[in-house]
Design a protein around this ligand. Structure first.
Ligand code: NAD
Ligand code: LMR
Length: 332
């Protein structure tokens, strides 16, 4: 196995060896996500961390015959899990139950994410960090504030994972249009909760849907998470589709770090798009590169309906972002 120093010395050009850490690896998302990351040939070192159970997940996943080492870490091993990581994926935290909004998770998950962010700042300050823990609209600003306070904030390396909205949009559009979902690419912008999720259908081949069909489709994409929460009936929220989404996003980040061209994903980042309106984080199409974020793309042409949806999303996002920032100020 390459030492982390050796890895870093060539990791920004022809990299072929990457350490990925999953924090919350024993959870509903963490387990299948760890399996999918084990199947990614760019991952040579997979570090699985959880408050409990990560060594068992690691032993299990490690039998999959791909060319990577897998190690599980218990709480006292967080430093070792993180040290040398190129990418850190964080699905740690509690999921919703029926009747809850993602914001209802804030009180529990804010401190979990804050504390893990402190550890990332201490032990993997150069890593690209992908936040899955909800509410993403607030947990990403929490991580940014922690990194700022530790002097390690690199806005190019912090991502809120909104890929599940993109997967849902592809799937749900294909169900309405009778197409193959693998050929449907829908840009979803804004944030990751309810009305902050804005699919840009006018930029697809389906811009001429009648108003009722369009509105139902948009609503389904915005509230797709609720379908799973209700169906699981108290046993959590999306885990398997989220693992697929998380593995795809982490894979794209790795492809970018490896210098591959045209790696583009919508993701919730520190964004210049609406900063002048007080929206410091926003999800839009982002090209990923060796430094993390390479280009944050503008939204492009929107229908007047989408303009209104984006405006509504921005109003909610400002509050969600502020809540995260305030939390760290009050609870450093
Ligand atoms: P889960 O309860 O099944 O698993 C969470 C795991 O986190 C558990 O194994 C738990 O032990 C671990 N954990 C808790 N605190 C920790 C800490 N301080 N350090 C390390 N590990 C810790 O939950 P889940 O279904 O995997 O969901 C996890 C989170 O992901 C939830 O907040 C959920 O809302 C969110 N989520 C986000 C998206 C998205 O699109 N971004 C999609 C689905 C779920
Ligand atoms: C999702 O979109 O499925 C996740 O954010 C989990 C949830 O709470 O809905």
């Amino acid at each position: 196995m390459l030492s982390s120093i050796a890895k870093r010395s060539f990791s920004s050009s022809s990299a072929s060896a990457y350490k990925v850490a999953v924090l919350g690896a024993n959870g509903g998302i963490g387990q299948p996500l760890s399996l999918l990351l084990k199947l990614n040939h760019k991952v040579t070192d997979l570090a699985l961390y959880d408050l409990r159970g990560a060594p068992g997940v690691a032993a299990d996943v490690s039998h999959v015959p791909t060319n990577s080492t897998v190690k599980g870490y218990e709480p006292e091993g967080l430093q070792d899990a993180l040290t040398g990581s190129d990418v850190v994926v964080i699905p740690a935290g509690v999921p919703r139950k029926p009747g809850m909004t993602r914001d209802d998770l804030f009180n529990t998950n804010a401190s979990i994410v804050r504390d893990l962010a402190k550890a990332v700042a201490d032990y993997a300050p150069k890593a690209a960090v992908c936040i899955i823990s909800n509410p993403v609209n607030s947990t990403v600003p929490i991580v940014a504030e922690v990194f700022k306070s530790k002097g390690t904030y690199d806005p190019k390396k912090l991502f809120g994972v909104t890929t599940l909205d993109v997967l849902r949009a592809s799937r749900f559009v294909s169900e309405v249009a009778g197409t193959n979902p693998t050929n449907e690419r829908v840009t979803v912008v804004g944030g990751h909760s309810g009305i902050t999720i804005v699919p840009l259908l006018s930029q697809t081949n389906h811009k001429n849907l009648d108003e009722e069909t369009r509105d139902k489709l948009i609503h389904r994409i915005q509230f797709g998470g609720d379908e799973v929460v209700q169906a699981k009936n108290g046993a959590g929220s999306a885990t398997l589709s989220m693992a697929q989404a998380g593995a795809r996003f982490a894979g794209s980040v790795l492809n970018g770090l490896a210098g591959e061209s045209d790696i583009t994903e919508p993701t919730f980042v520190d964004s210049p798009l609406f900063k002048d309106e007080g929206v410091d984080f926003f999800s839009s199409k982002v090209t990923l590169g060796v430094e993390g974020v390479k280009t944050v793309h503008a939204l492009g042409e929107l229908s007047s309906h989408e303009e209104a949806l984006v405006q509504e999303a921005k109003d909610t996002l400002i509050k969600n972002i502020q809540k995260g920032v305030e939390f760290v100020k009050q609870n450093p």
